[in-house]
Design a protein. Structure first.
Length: 252
């Protein structure tokens, strides 16, 4: 039917959904007009607001493009002639252009993870209000979040629980080398006046990327976290460069 051929024998199905003579009469009395041809084209290749493309049903009603096929197929009257081409005509009118679609803006870049020795603790106060003084030893990108905790670090890995964590976010403009920041940690990290430790890191508490550690309960880190004031030196930090043990002092 779509390649330009037409039936030579009337169709006589055993069952039908309507009277063929009436359907043929209706078809002859109300031939397709420009509106129907344009709608046929839009249904086939109209603009889809959901996808943003001219791509909908992808098939046409052949009896709107070639109404003469109805008589040829259903009434054995092919006097109207077969179509000269198997390509259906284009509907009249101009399809509307697609709207201008712009890609969404890229998400803001994620702050890179910290590295050992990019910050250091150069002062602390364990008397209320508790505070910690940090200096940037590398250029810090804005938005990076550092966590400070006095939870001890186990020698086999992992933090001892039940103490505090304080989060500091680098200002949006970033910080250059040498910039100092005083953090009042009360309500997050409560330092013991009899000695404690503080670990600085980024990332998840279960997989921290350590930047620095200080122990002020003795001249060496403990072998493991056996109490609230003891903790081991993480393997990624080096005593003397990215970690210090300053002895048993209250404020430093």
């Amino acid at each position: 039917m779509f390649a330009g051929t037409c039936a030579t024998t009337a169709l006589t199905p055993a069952r039908s959904s309507g009277d063929l003579a009436d359907l043929l009469a209706w078809h002859a009395a109300d031939p397709p007009d420009d509106f129907e041809r344009r709608r046929n084209g839009l249904i086939c290749t109209g603009f889809s607001t959901s996808t943003g493309y001219f791509d909908l049903q992808r098939n046409r009603n052949p009896f709107i493009d070639h109404p003469e096929w109805v008589s040829c197929i259903f009434a054995n009257d092919c006097s109207g002639g077969a179509p000269s081409s198997s390509t259906p005509p284009s509907p009249p009118g101009t399809l509307p252009p697609p709207p201008s679609l712009s890609p969404p803006p890229p998400p803001p870049p994620l702050a890179s993870p910290s590295s050992a020795g990019d910050v250091a603790i150069i002062g602390f106060n364990s008397d209320n209000p508790d505070s910690i003084l940090i200096v940037a030893l590398a250029d810090l990108p804005g938005g990076r979040q550092y966590k400070l905790t006095d939870n001890g670090w186990y020698s086999g890995g992992g933090f001892r629980s039940n103490e505090g964590v304080f989060t500091w976010t680098v200002p949006s403009g970033g910080q250059s080398v040498g910039t100092t920041t005083l953090l009042e940690t009360s309500g997050g990290v409560a330092l013991s006046t009899s000695g404690d430790q503080v670990y600085v890191y980024t990332g998840a508490d279960t997989a921290p990327a350590f930047s620095y550690a200080i122990h002020f309960g003795g001249t060496a880190f403990s072998s493991t976290a056996s109490s609230s004031t003891t903790g081991a030196l993480p393997a990624s930090l080096s005593l003397g460069s990215s970690a210090v043990a300053v002895g048993n002092v209250d404020n430093g």
